[in-house]
Design a protein around this ligand. Sequence first.
Ligand code: PMP
Length: 321
Amino acid sequence: VCWSEKGGWHRPRVTPYGPISLDPAAAVLHYGQEIFEGMKAYRHAEGSIRTFRPYENAARMQRSAKRLALPELPSEIFIESLKKLVEVDGDWVPDAAETSLYLRPFMFAKEAFLGVRPSKKVAYYVIASPAGAYFSGGVAPVNIWLSTQYARAGKGGTGAAKTGGNYASSLLPQAEAYEHGCQQVAFLDAEGNLEELGGMNVVLVKRDGTLVTPESDSILEGITRDSILQLAADRGHTVERRAVHIDEWREGVASGEIVGAFACGTAAVVVPIGRLLADGFEIEHSDSEASALALSLREELTGIQYGRVEDRHGWMLRLDV
Ligand code: PMP
């Protein structure tokens, strides 16, 4: 779908996958004016194709658009774009266990000019690709590298938007994480509060079963995290969304107050965190109950997504009708 200042959203169409032609002066190539979303389509046992909480993704894309001075895409166009894609590519939604079709809606500035101002021409696309387990170890605990040298986003910046610039700034620290044998990088804000991972949110597990997750206006509000915390609250767990200083994690593990942590996001779903490594310290979680809690919440969430567990919150939306 295209957008122009004069014509609004127009020209919805489905085309075969292939290169996009852009003017070399297209604003996105120079100023990074672009946003995206990440979601999945699941095949249920009776054959239907469904997605998870798409109105949340539509709303987040609208918030991202506002921050990046892009036009707001109405939720109806967003949902319709997913349905149209599934209409032609439905066969690509796998029916093997724990596999899905990853959906990537994205919007970018395509007006050709050199100068810093919002583009008057914008394009919105959706592409898709079959997806399996995110980490090669499946749901085995992952190691996290705490970046103390680099930040992902600053106060008042674009941290809460799903925009490429946040990921561009995470590439170097993410490479550092790999060098230290870690699968993901963790970021702190300027005050030392825990933010999130390169592509996932973080939740800490306390000894009494309380779940604690960072609240901040410079992180992405994960839909997986929100859902997992709702499922946990349904089970009677206390959930705290507040600033979490890195010392709280560090000292909490030492004192036994914090017994585990997990990472969560659309791609990886929920994965326990085994170790947190940094220049100068290392935290190790060895509590099997905290791991078991993370995996049981994962099981319930994927159960809803794949249609094995009752969708009591009304989270799933059918795309193939
Ligand atoms: N934080 C970042 C930086 C991410 O890229 C993602 C993945 N979209 C998340 C958190 C988790 O968000 P969600 O659960 O909506 O996928």
